[in-house]
Each structure stands twice: as structure tokens, then as C-alpha cells.
Design a protein around this ligand. Structure first.
Ligand code: CMC
Length: 392
């Protein structure tokens, strides 16, 4: 079989060629289809970014209008799906519910996508883009035991999502705009990140020509883990724990450094960024903006800022090039906006959906082969079977 190169965790293995995202971890650069993330987060909207990732170019106004209308057309979710949702206990983690519901879409839309037909592909992914935000909002309504809200197609995407979650919280339009602008930016920052664990999962599953919805459902499960998208939930839980414990930050930084302790500073470090995570810079600004404009005093935010300072001045974190990542501040913002902790990773999934679909589509259109890594076997050499009554 020839020589096999061992690369545990794929730290240095390129799994595909891609035109979607450029990432330079040493210089902290991230471009979607060539456009720097800072410009996109400042100037674009989430629906426009979805179009860019999926179609490769920024849309004209006419193209964007049609795309948004097609997403809205697909925002009805069947009564049967509602029944599946309601069969879950309120204790279920929203990410588990979301993964199941996403996979269930296959049952109601069983026809395989004809990858050669642009129309078929477009119909499949606009169906998913239309229904996914409804499903995300419903996992929240289920969690809180609240009646479900439906899509209101008069509203734009972030306003519509917000009303499906909370109904409109206030008549104060200025506050509403601050909140919706933050959601829009967070979704954009999470929209795509090349061959991360969940995108690679989507490609891995899809490479067997498994359908779009089942592949995306696998991506949701991958994102759930605390080393990946689950980090935003883990960060808040960590900050609350530090706060309860008396707020001795050096103690926790020392714990994270200790070889005898499994504790890690959640929201710190990244597989690829060894300088800084450009998304973290944008997100910190969004956090400051939200807290100033809404006049919120949040002790957790203060602890986060101090923890960042202590860690960034610590030789261990400097030497290992560990910087705050995108998830260090995203949970704090979501919490300020009224999202319960268990919903943070769902918000990440909502943002990442277009990235996953773009990866799936690119892989299938390029006709990439089935993903099938090799291994180096380190088990027993060949031995003969021993009858059960002769074993000791
Ligand atoms: N706290 C303390 N030490 C750390 C941390 C941390 N957060 N992250 C890495 N290290 C140490 C690690 O112990 C190792 O030390 P040594 O070389 O002495 O064994 C060294 O830094 C390299 O770490 P690694 O685990 O080999 O690096 P990796 O590329 O396999 O892992 C990571 C990357 C993001 C999983 C890791 O940094 C981590 O667990 N961070 C905390 C979880 C987190 O915030 N995840 C979100 C990532 S960004 C959003 C996303 O991708 O979803």
C-alpha cells in the first residue's frame, strides 16, 4: 500500500482545493471569496453573505431580492416536523434537537438532488436556508416551553429571526436596530471558516454522496462539541464559575497552564490562528457597542476583559501563541441579547449554515472522491482464534 504519512488531527493535511475562503493563520487574515472579513462585517448583510458564499459573487440588487424572496417562500415548516419537535423533552439540548430536525427534512423531501442541475441544487439549498432559522428558533421555544412563532415574511432576515425567537421585545426602534445589527454581524462572522471540524464533517459525509440535509445534520453534531462551536457556551460557563469562585483570575490562568489539570481557558487558542483571530477583534467592538448603547453593566464582560489581559501578558500564552478566538466574546453578546446559554451554539450553527452548504456544493460539483483517510496500525500482530472455553 506504499508509505502512509501520519498526521493525527490533520494538522498539516490539505483535504481539498477550495475557492470559498482564504485564511492566513500567521497574519490573522480571513477573506470570504476574496473579500476581507472586516469589510464584510462592516458593510454587508447576512443574506448577501449567504449569496456570496454560495454563488461566488456579490449579488446585484435584483439577484438579492430574488434570493431573499426564495428563502422566505421556503419558511413554512410542516405540522409533522412540529410534532417531531414537540416529542422532545424540554431538557433536550437544542443542538441535538436541531441536528435531528435537520436530518428529518430528508424524510419530507426524499428526492435526491441532481447535482448536474443548477435549479435542483438551488431549490435544495434555499429550502434549507428557509427552514433552518425557523427550526433554530423553535428549539428555543421548546426549551422554554413557549408557543411557537412562525415566519413573518414582511420582515427582513434578522428581524424575522428575532421575532421568531422573542417576538419584538420593545417598541423602541433604536434598541431593536442595535440588537438586530449585532445578530447580523455575529451571523456574518460565523458564516464560513474553510476546513474546520464541522465543515470537514459535512464534506466527509457528503463525499459518500449522502444527501444535503443529512450531511448538514452531521455538521450540526460536530459543531456541538466544546472544542468547536460549543466553546461559546463553555466560555460563559467558565466566566460564571470564575465569578462565583471569587474572581481570582491568575488562579484560573495558572490552572489552564498546569500539565496536571485538564482545565483550558475556553475561548482561547485556535488550530490555525497563531497571531490573532480577526473575527475576535470585530466581535469585541460589537460587544462594546451593544453594552454602551443598551447601557448594560455586565460583570461577566468585565471579568472576560480582565481575563484576556492577564492571559495575554502571561509567558505561557505568549509562547504558545494563544489568543482569544471568535467565541470568547460571542456568548457574552448573546447573553446580553437575552439568549439562554444553551442557544449560543445554535446561533453559531445558524451563521455557519451557508458555509457548510457552500462546502458541500463545491465538493459535489468538483466531483471530489469519497473521503477515506488511512491509518497506521499499532495493534496485535496476527494470532490464531482461541475457543471460548480455552481462554483465561
Ligand atoms: N488553554 C490552555 N492551554 C491551551 C489552550 C487553552 N485554551 N489551547 C491550547 N493550549 C495549549 C495546549 O495544552 C498545547 O500545549 P502543549 O503543546 O504544551 O501540549 C498547546 O497549547 C497547543 O494546543 P493543541 O490542543 O495541541 O492545539 P490544537 O490546534 O489541537 O487545538 C483548540 C486548538 C482550539 C481546540 C484549543 O486551542 C482549545 O482547546 N481551545 C479551547 C476551546 C475553544 O475555545 N475552542 C473554540 C475554537 S474557535 C471556534 C471554533 O473553531 O469553533
Amino acid at each position: 500500500t506504499g508509505l502512509i504519512t501520519l498526521d493525527v488531527g490533520f494538522k498539516n493535511t490539505g483535504s481539498t482545493q477550495s475557492k470559498i475562503t482564504y485564511l492566513d493563520g500567521d497574519l490573522g487574515k480571513l477573506y470570504y471569496r476574496g473579500y476581507p472579513i472586516e469589510q464584510i462585517a462592516e458593510k454587508s448583510t447576512f443574506t448577501e453573505v449567504m449569496y456570496l458564499l454560495l454563488e461566488g459573487e456579490l449579488p446585484t440588487q435584483e439577484q438579492l431580492n430574488k434570493f431573499e424572496a426564495d428563502i422566505k417562500k421556503n419558511s413554512l415548516v410542516s405540522v409533522e416536523m412540529e410534532q417531531i419537535l414537540k416529542a422532545f423533552p424540554r431538557s433536550a439540548h437544542p443542538m441535538g434537537v436541531l441536528s435531528t430536525l435537520t436530518s428529518s427534512l430528508t424524510a419530507f423531501n426524499p428526492k435526491a438532488v441532481n447535482i448536474k442541475s443548477e435549479k435542483d441544487l438551488y431549490n435544495a439549498y434555499t429550502l434549507l436556508l428557509g427552514k433552518f432559522p425557523v427550526l433554530c428558533a423553535w428549539t428555543y421555544r421548546l426549551k422554554l416551553g413557549l408557543p411557537l412563532n412562525y415566519s413573518d415574511n414582511r420582515l427582513d432576515y434578522p428581524h424575522n429571526f428575532y421575532q421568531m425567537m422573542f417576538k419584538m421585545p420593545t417598541e423602541d426602534l433604536e434598541v431593536q436596530e442595535v440588537v438586530v445589527d449585532a445578530i447580523n454581524k455575529l451571523l456574518i462572522l460565523h458564516a464560513e471558516h474553510e476546513q474546520n471540524c464541522s465543515a470537514s464533517t459535512v464534506r466527509m459525509v457528503g463525499s459518500a454522496h449522502t444527501g444535503l440535509f443529512a450531511s448538514i445534520s452531521a455538521g450540526v453534531s460536530a459543531l456541538w462539541g466544546p472544542l468547536h462551536g460549543g466553546a461559546n457556551q463553555a466560555v460563559i460557563e467558565m466566566l460564571e464559575m470564575i465569578q462565583k469562585d471569587g474572581g481570582d483570575l491568575q488562579k484560573w490562568v495558572d490552572k489552564a497552564k498546569s500539565k496536571n489539570d485538564d482545565f483550558r481557558l475556553m475561548g482561547f487558542g485556535h488550530r490555525v490562528y497563531k497571531n490573532f483571530d480577526p473575527r475576535a477583534r470585530v466581535i469585541k467592538k460589537v460587544a462594546d457597542n451593544i453594552f454602551n448603547k443598551l447601557g448594560i453593566q455586565d460583570e461577566t464582560l468585565e471579568i472576560a476583559k480582565k481575563l484576556e489581559e492577564v492571559a495575554l501578558n502571561d509567558p505561557y500564552f505568549i509562547e504558545k501563541k494563544l489568543y482569544p478566538n471568535v467565541d470568547f466574546y460571542s456568548g457574552i453578546i448573546y447573553r446580553a441579547l437575552g439568549f439562554p446559554t444553551e442557544m449560543f451554539t445554535v446561533m453559531f450553527a445558524l451563521g455557519r449554515l451557508p458555509g457548510w452548504i457552500a462546502q458541500w456544493k463545491e465538493m459535489r460539483i468538483n466531483n471530489d472522491p469519497i473521503n477515506r483517510p488511512r491509518q497506521i496500525y499499532i495493534g496485535n500482530p496476527k494470532r490464531d482464534y482461541i475457543d471460548i472455553n480455552l481462554r483465561n
